[in-house]
Design a protein around this ligand. Structure first.
Ligand code: E4P
Length: 217
């Protein structure tokens, strides 16, 4: 499963990309606003940090506006994915971009029916929002499972990108539910490596090793 970072903080992306485990980045208008920076500059810098797809979201809500903004964003770098909201105009734009060979990420997906439409529109990725569904009293991870089944049964090639993940259990749950990718806030990405027994075990090994007086080199 691919792991993306869900942030527009270039310094953090640069740092975490050094692990070699970051396959892409997602942004949204709220994350760009939080960065306090110009969207074109931020997206260009992010695209230089990672080889994989970098989602840049349109803010127009009408078809022609989405097409113009999307083309502009896609022109920033070869690895930009145009992120489009799950509305009729967003779906029409996804279809147009797909016909033009431009990758898309259809976002704000909260139902399997919406995911079906996005796949039919030729979206490269669909982003179901797990955490926001949980907040709403539903089971976000069940939606990932449902979309996986639906896409597999009908041979859709749209990739399932689990989004709005809030915990490490969301990440592993999305993986087990068959997501192709998951986008993680940096703190969740960092927390994936942690386990208290790993720390305790390493302390013990090193203390026993020091007692031998040996060195390997
Ligand atoms: C996905 O592409 C979104 O940017 C993101 O995952 C939304 O997460 P949130 O619900 O924590 O804002």
């Amino acid at each position: 499963m691919k792991l993306f970072l869900d942030t527009a903080d270039v310094a953090v992306i640069r740092e975490l990309a050094e692990t070699g485990l970051v396959d892409g980045v997602t942004t949204n208008p709220s994350l760009i606003a939080k960065s306090g920076r110009n969207i074109a500059e931020v997206i260009a810098e992010i695209c230089a940090c990672v080889e994989g797809p970098v989602s840049a979201e349109v803010t127009a809500t009408d078809l022609e506006g989405m097409i113009s903004e999307g083309r502009h964003l896609a022109g920033i770098a070869g690895n930009v994915l145009v992120k489009l909201p799950l509305t009729w105009d967003g779906l029409k734009a996804a279809r147009r971009f797909s016909q033009d060979g431009i990758g898309t990420n259809v976002t704000l997906c909260f139902s399997a029916a919406q995911a079906l439409l996005a796949a039919k529109a030729g979206a490269s990725f669909i982003s179901p929002f797990v955490g926001r569904l949980d907040d709403h009293g539903a089971d976000g991870l069940s939606l990932i499972e449902e979309i996986r089944d639906l896409y597999d049964q009908h041979g859709f090639e749209t990739e399932v990108l689990a989004a709005s993940l809030r915990t490490p259990a969301h990440v592993t749950g999305a993986a087990l539910a068959g997501a192709d990718a998951a986008t993680l806030p940096p703190d969740i990405f960092r927390s994936l490596v942690k386990h208290p027994l790993t720390d305790r075990g390493l302390d013990q090994f090193l203390s026993d090793w020091r007692a031998t007086g040996q060195t390997i080199l």
